[in-house]
Design a protein around this ligand. Structure first.
Ligand SMILES: Nc1ncnc2c1ncn2[C@@H]1O[C@H](COP(=O)(O)OP(=O)(O)O)[C@@H](O)[C@H]1O
Ligand SMILES: CC(C)(COP(=O)(O)O)[C@@H](O)C(=O)NCCC(=O)O
Ligand SMILES: [K+]
Length: 239
């Protein structure tokens, strides 16, 4: 039995996996990390726990503390030069976010072909994994909600926009929504253009902000819930 915990900048996602399927899962705001202990009370005590955390030391310490009282086998995943059949071409491999590393491990377990791994969370990351298992590099940009929030908080006239995606927006709300979405989509599609001719090239899309991107992407893609959690299970199984 494995428990996977993905602590992101907005939300903590967790799941209990029995080797074949997810038995239980949940989501909470990262600010409410203390509530994770309620969920942990229900987890099987003998399970291995694998965690990726990009939400800072305090969140890591809170999670480690609440698990120490319940689970003996707790491992935090950190990016490295190589793990689970993936090699990391980052200049400083350990600098790569642990969530991106977990997503790459999850992607490799799902596909053997070249792919783009897109995690649409607080930030959007767009990572290139080749058919040999080499992570070649990737992009970090503000997520779609963060882009809209940045406009709202740094301009006098722009609100946090709830508009409609249009090719030729003719009001402020639609212009913001369309601009921020086009920025996300354009980055993904431009990165995909570099791998499009490779056999089986595909884009895996995950994260809380995946749906608005999925609605408009013009490349072959798979929406994959739990990509990061699946990568964590794979990592836990490799220990
Ligand atoms: N119900 C929701 N609560 C919070 N965020 C949501 C919700 N639905 C969609 N989102 C979007 O999902 C993002 C968080 O996704 P997630 O993958 O959990 O990110 P992170 O790993 O950065 O915490 C938010 O920035 C927001 O854009
Ligand atoms: C890029 C991220 C902020 C994404 O975090 P998220 O949106 O999932 O909360 C996180 O993976 C991170 O802090 N990475 C470290 C820097 C890097 O990956 O190069
Ligand atoms: K992300």
């Amino acid at each position: 039995m494995n428990i996977a915990i993905d602590a992101g900048n907005s939300r903590i996602k967790w799941g209990v996996h029995d080797g074949n399927r997810w038995l239980d899962s949940g989501v909470l705001a990262t600010a409410d990390v203390a509530w994770l202990s309620e969920a942990a009370d229900e987890w099987p005590a003998a399970a291995r726990v694998a965690i990726c955390n990009v939400a800072g030391r305090e969140v890591a310490a809170s999670i480690a503390d609440l698990l120490a009282r319940r689970h003996a086998q707790v491992s935090f995943l950190h990016a490295s030069a190589e793990a689970c059949g993936i090699r990391n071409a980052y200049e400083r491999p350990w600098q790569l976010g642990a969530d991106r590393w977990a997503a790459l491990i999850g992607a490799r377990a799902l596909l053997g072909s070249t792919c783009l791994v897109v995690c649409a969370g607080t930030a959007t990351t767009i990572d290139r994994l080749d058919a040999s298992g080499l992570f070649r590099g990737g992009l970090i940009l503000p997520g779609y909600d963060l882009m809209r929030a940045a406009l709202a908080s740094n301009t006098a006239q722009l609100p946090f926009a709830e508009g409609v995606f249009r090719s030729e927006p003719r009001n402020t709300m639609d212009a913001i929504v369309s601009g921020c979405l086009q920025a996300q989509l354009g980055a993904v599609e431009r990165m995909f253009a570099a791998i499009a001719t490779e056999p089986g090239a595909c884009c895996l899309l995950t994260g809380g902000g995946a749906a608005p991107l999925a609605a408009h992407l013009r490349i072959p893609f798979q929406l994959t819930d739990n990509l990061i959690l699946s990568g964590l299970v794979r990592y836990a199984e490799s220990l």
